[in-house]
Ligand binder design. Structure first.
Ligand SMILES: [Zn+2]
Ligand SMILES: [Zn+2]
Ligand SMILES: [Zn+2]
Length: 359
């Protein structure tokens, strides 16, 4: 996020002694002359206006004011001797700064009733012009928010979950025991089958899309449009600035800095295009029931080429009684089985061959 500065507004403070609302950059109460105390906060005025006066703006920007240790009057940052009593203020305390005071409102604020006499008074009046009373209303106590209801978790859901886990673990253990327990069986190779295939590829047009800098050179029918790509924290070329609601930060000078957090949406050219890509259009297949497998012969056209090769083999052992099926992983393994040869098979409880040896 980039914080953009929109300007400064003068804040206000309320005199503890007489209840008068004072402009933030006034050193002493406009009604009774008392200085602001250290725990008096600067607040947002109802009606906020950006400071335009050059000298006032300089002071607003100067940073936290320093409270005179002798007379408590606030002095602009950088002052050496108190503007009120002339005392040395090097040892004075700087005002706190940095607090976010709220949203910056530019709309005109309607007149509000005086809490003492009820007459309508201008939003930024310091005291009631009719009865002379303080315009500081008794603040309403914040409502106590009720916490959300805790969620009920059914005990049966937990028991059910545990049961499912136990069942899964039990099944897995049973499976491992049964699959590892083997019997020796003497069997004869009685049948073969094999299937070998080769994919046939052909170049065909395919629709794709990508950011313009990733479109391949050989792409055809390219059409592009601007589309949102990413958000950046700092300004960038071709970016659309998107800013949040302006808000005001206490800078400690009696003024607030009005800022706005902005981010930058980057748009870039995104394109649809056509490229030629290889697709499987056919498969050449050869199969047999002997143990001399051979790859199919492919007759390729000009725009075609051979693709992936696939192989599968199967051997049937006759155990008398029963038969077992074995799947060799490749042609070399398949070819070592001869028709009628005798083997000792280690067979598990599921009828799977776990190991074998030629007799
Ligand atoms: Zn006062
Ligand atoms: Zn002083
Ligand atoms: Zn009044």
């Amino acid at each position: 996020m980039t914080q953009k500065e929109l300007g400064y507004v003068e804040l206000e403070w309320t005199c503890k002694h007489c209840g008068t609302i004072n402009p933030g950059m006034k050193r002493v109460c406009t009604n009774c002359g008392a200085p602001i105390s250290q725990d008096d906060k600067f607040e947002m005025p109802d009606q906020q206006e950006l400071i335009t006066d050059k000298a006032k703006l300089e002071e607003a920007k100067s940073g936290p004011a320093i409270q005179c240790p002798y007379c408590n009057v606030l002095n602009p940052a950088g002052t050496k001797f108190c503007v009120q009593c002339g005392g040395d203020i090097q040892a004075g305390l700087a005002r706190q700064a940095g607090e976010v005071l709220g949203a910056y409102e530019t709309a005109a604020v309607p007149d509000k009733p005086c809490p003492s006499c009820g007459q309508l008074v201008k939003a930024n009046a310091l005291r009631c012009p009719y009865c002379g009373g303080s315009l500081v209303a008794e603040s309403a106590k914040p409502a106590v928010s009720s916490g959300s209801m805790p969620k009920k978790t059914s005990i049966w859901m937990i028991i059910g979950g545990i049961a499912v886990v136990l069942l899964c673990v039990g099944s897995l253990i049973a499976y491992l025991i049964l699959s590892n327990r083997t019997n020796e069986v003497t069997a004869t190779v009685s049948e073969f089958s094999w299937k070998l295939s080769i994919d046939i590829l052909e170049k065909q047009p395919v629709q794709k899309s990508a950011w313009s800098d990733q479109v391949p050179l050989q792409a055809q029918e390219v059409t592009c449009r601007d589309e949102y790509k990413e958000t950046r924290d700092v300004p960038a070329p071709n970016a659309t600035e998107v800013c949040g609601t302006p808000y005001t930060i206490d800078v400690g000078s009696g003024a607030g800095k009005v800022v706005q957090d902005c981010e930058y949406h980057i748009y870039a050219s995104y394109c649809n295009f056509t490229v030629l890509d290889w697709f499987v259009v056919d498969t050449a297949v050869a199969y047999g029931d002997d143990n001399i497998p051979s790859w199919p012969v492919t007759s390729l056209k000009e725009n075609q080429q051979a693709g992936d090769r696939h192989e599968s083999y199967q051997i049937i052992f006759d155990a008398n009684p029963g038969a077992y099926t074995y799947t060799p992983v490749d042609m070399a393994e398949f070819k070592q089985f001869d028709l009628g040869s005798e083997w000792v098979l280690d067979v598990n409880s599921f009828g799977q061959i776990k190991d074998m040896q030629r007799k």
